[in-house]
Design a binder for this molecule. Structure first.
Ligand SMILES: O=C(O)CCC(=O)C(=O)O
Ligand SMILES: [Fe+2]
Length: 285
């Protein structure tokens, strides 16, 4: 807890409590999925962002003019009973492994949100209450080997629009970079069994800018393919996000106006990834 109070950002969480064996299985089954023949994967292809289960490529192919070197499987994960039946049934173990992982990640995410609330001087359940019955989405990212890695990204510079992202990065191949002090890209070195926790835009808004959502990107390389599995804790669509009163000094105006997550998410997907921070559009009264 003390460490959380002192540091503006939480990065590597190594004592996260999720079994190493499960993390290995998640990576293995995710890779197996991307190894399926194109005809098999094609059935799931869609570039419609509102679809709850879809395989896609780049980021938002309908909006962007420059594409990225990434394929991804995006799944809604909560409540599991609602979505798992529609998840891929090939590889055969996909549903079982991924749903076990989703349950564990959710518990970890809720613990972290409690710790973040306390670190801000708020009630432990403050953020959880504001976010409501949180959705949980997963992006299984696959970055193939790229013959000209200097000409593209896996994912260009962005912040995550949700509250908190728990990322399982490839334990063997580097690719994730985070921005420090606005101009310094730091390589996040692969580390077996480590999870990376990124604060998203909603924590920045709720904390009135005390915590910053982290700018990050994924680069690709010519030698090795790379995977990552991102779990996004998202406010429910009707959640009203506004800076916690306690964090706005007397006489000051809050940095951000109130908005629903639905409004924010639609704005996020209507834009290109590497534009100005989406929260900038929600500043002021
Ligand atoms: O692949 C990575 O390391 C980053 C993935 C990411 O930022 C995302 O899915 O939002
Ligand atoms: Fe991200």
């Amino acid at each position: 807890m003390k460490a959380l109070c002192e540091k503006p950002r939480i990065e590597n969480v190594t004592n996260h409590g999720i079994a190493e064996e499960l993390l290995e299985k998640v990576m293995a089954v995710a890779l197996e999925f991307f190894r399926l023949p194109p005809e098999e994967k094609e059935k799931l292809y869609s570039d419609e962002p509102s679809k709850k289960i879809r395989l896609s490529t780049s980021f938002n192919v309908r909006k962007e003019t420059v594409h990225n070197w990434r394929d991804y499987l995006r799944l809604h994960c909560h409540p599991l009973e609602e979505f798992v039946p529609e998840w891929p049934s090939n590889p055969a173990q996909f549903k079982e492994i991924m749903s076990t992982y989703c349950r564990e990640v959710r518990q970890l995410g809720l613990r972290l949100l409690g710790a973040i609330s306390v670190s801000l001087g708020l009630e432990e359940d403050y953020i959880e209450k504001v976010l409501g019955e949180q959705e949980q989405h997963m992006a299984v990212n696959y970055y193939p080997r790229c013959p000209e890695p200097d000409l593209t990204y896996g994912l260009p510079k962005h912040t995550d629009p949700n509250a908190l992202t728990i990322l399982l990065p490839d334990p063997h191949v580097a690719g994730l970079q985070v921005l420090r002090d606005g101009d310094q890209w730091i390589v996040v070195n692969p580390r077996p069994n480590a999870l990376v926790v990124n604060l998203g835009d909603q924590i920045q808004a709720l904390s009135n800018g005390t915590y910053k959502s982290v700018w990050h990107r994924a680069v690709v390389n010519a030698v090795q393919e790379r995977m990552s599995v991102a779990s996004f804790m998202c406010p429910c669509n009707s959640a009203v996000i506004s800076p916690a009163r306690k964090l706005v000094a007397d006489g000051d105006a809050p940095v951000y106006r109130s908005f629903t997550y639905d409004e924010y998410y639609k704005k996020f997907w209507s834009r290109n990834l590497d534009q100005e921070h989406c929260l900038e559009l929600f500043k002021g009264q």
